[in-house]
Design a binder for this molecule. Structure first.
Ligand code: NOJ
Length: 509
């Protein structure tokens, strides 16, 4: 979200102090609160970010392999992805770490090109299937529940060449791939996450062009991508419930959303917050979770108005047919939420030059501001403001009729070394915000920390370290070491209490 329009810092500073006080109602209401006994704790990774083994075991190319290998300057810190955390070869080490932490759940993703090297099920790679069978069995043997993301951004190159997320056939491709996955693993895996973070997938991949396939089309392809994501997700959901119901599992999409706090009490800023939600959350969540289905009216109206002022004959947001609205509505068995940051949002006269070029940011027409004290030293885009998560969870309860929520990602980066105090403060604050939300009746049932170990952070390489375990990327064996945050998280899972005074040292694991 760093791409959003900048505001003059002075303006923000004047308002922010009072706004902070208003919202800061969370945390430590009752120091000794415990997480409910059925509440689940997990950690997450994704295939491209940890597996390595890029040319092992018959894996095909993904669009990320192509972008990285054809542009030596693409990854900001020049780091390599080919071995990553070497989880393809060291999955037993990974399960050992999970066991050490005591997590209930491990969220990982399947590499589509490892299972279907050309993207389609004409050829199913037996070595790919065997790898995931071994990982799933090892998890279950250690009492850890697998929770699988089917699509976490590593589109097979061949399908990217056929248009990727801009080709409506992607719903067929993903559905066919999902069927192979349910057939092979569904006897043991009962929680399926179809597609990771539609907004980030479509904004970074098709609007700003920082993620593969690096398309820059913020006013058109951005919306087409989102539309196809919804159709593909719905197909994956229906295939499971039509053909594999007897497996008895659950299927959900993962929506990413950060909190939008109106900068002032003005009506304009309240509207700005609603527009922020309509574009970044509602665009994907409304068609699935709202009783009537379809895009939020606010999104439809804003894009249509801007399109017509720009001389388009039709809205750049292509409407769904009534059949498509029905097909998508209700296709998620719970709400999978990834959330990291918060923004103050506003709309006022300082926002000028509207409609310079078609862009969803112009369509949305808001400004954002982050308070200086939210900054995280090691990240350019992430902000720590735990009350934001509380407010977001309460908002989701209200807007989407009290859904069951699994937090499928949350966490922060920190500098290298054992003492990752900033990350610990992040986890403690955000977990307290989860407890506050539970206190207020939000049905949150799972918290998943990102991530187990340092992962390849897409175009940022290894410049952002988010692991509970630090990994030595210079050593070919990729040794991992617990950070202080790993010990703190382990203790929270064990005791089910967030003890602010627990202060472990390196030997305490
Ligand atoms: C979003 C993505 O799901 C994951 O791949 C990424 O590494 C983290 N959040 C942190 O940026």
């Amino acid at each position: 979200m760093k791409y959003f329009r900048n505001i003059t810092l002075l303006l923000g500073f004047i308002y922010v102090t009072s706004a902070t006080k208003l919202k800061n109602t969370y945390n430590g209401r009752n120091e000794n609160r415990t997480f409910p006994p059925e509440f689940l704790f997990g950690v997450a990774t994704s295939a491209f970010q940890v597996e390595g083994g890029w040319n092992q075991g018959g894996r095909g190319w993904s669009m990320w392999d192509y972008e990285i290998k054809t542009d030596p300057g693409y990854i900001s810190d020049g780091s390599k992805y080919e071995v990553a955390a070497d989880s393809y070869n060291q999955y037993k080490r990974d399960v050992g770490l999970l066991k050490e932490l005591g997590v209930n759940v491990y969220r990982f993703s399947l590499s589509w090109p490892r299972i279907l090297p050309l993207g389609t099920p004409d050829y199913v790679n037996p070595e790919g299937i065997a790898y995931y069978n071994k990982l799933i069995d090892e998890l279950l043997a250690n009492g850890i529940t697998p929770m699988i993301t089917i699509y976490h951004w590593d589109l097979p190159l061949r399908l990217a060449e056929l248009g990727g997320w801009l080709n409506e056939d992607i719903a067929t491709w993903l559905g066919d791939y999902a069927r192979v996955v349910y057939q092979n693993f569904g006897d043991r895996v009962k929680t399926w996450l179809t597609i990771n973070e539609p907004f980030i997938l479509c904004s970074l991949g098709y609007a700003f062009g920082t993620h593969a396939p690096r398309v820059i089309s913020p006013g058109e392809d951005f919306y087409e991508c989102g539309r196809n994501v919804l159709l593909a997700h719905a197909r994956m959901y229906h295939i499971y419930h039509d053909e594999f119901k007897s497996q008895g599992g659950k299927v959900a999409v993962i929506i990413s959303c950060d909190m939008a706090l109106p900068l002032t009490d003005s009506l304009d800023d309240a509207e700005a917050a609603e527009d922020y939600f309509a574009f970044t959350l509602g665009q994907y969540a409304h068609p699935i979770f709202s009783p009537q289905g379809n895009y939020p009216q606010r999104l439809i109206d804003r894009v249509s108005r801007a399109s017509s002022l720009q001389g388009y004959k039709q809205s750049r947001l292509r409407p769904f047919t009534p059949e498509q609205i029905n097909y998508i509505r209700g296709t998620s068995d719970f709400f999978g939420l990834n959330s990291y940051s918060s923004y103050y949002v506003y709309r006022n006269d300082s926002l000028k030059e509207r409609f310079a070029a078609p862009s969803f940011e112009d369509d949305m027409y808001i400004g954002t501001y982050t308070a200086p004290e939210w900054a995280i030293e090691t990240s350019s885009w992430m902000y720590r403001y735990a009350p934001g998560l509380y407010n977001l969870l309460v908002y989701l309860k209200k807007v989407y009729n009290d859904p069951v929520i699994y937090i499928t990602e949350n966490g922060s980066s920190d500098k290298m070394g054992f003492y990752d105090e900033e990350k610990i403060a992040y986890y403690r604050g955000y977990l307290n915000a989860v407890l506050d939300a539970i206190d207020d009746g939000v049905d949150v049932r799972m918290y998943t920390a990102w991530s187990l170990m340092d992962t390849f952070e897409w175009n940022h390489g290894y410049s952002m370290r988010m692991g509970l375990y630090e990994m030595d990327i210079e050593d070919p064996n990729r040794p991992v070491f617990p950070r202080k945050s790993a010990l703190v998280y382990k203790e929270i899972i064990r005791s089910r209490v967030i003890d602010p005074d627990y202060n472990p040292e390196p030997n305490d694991l």
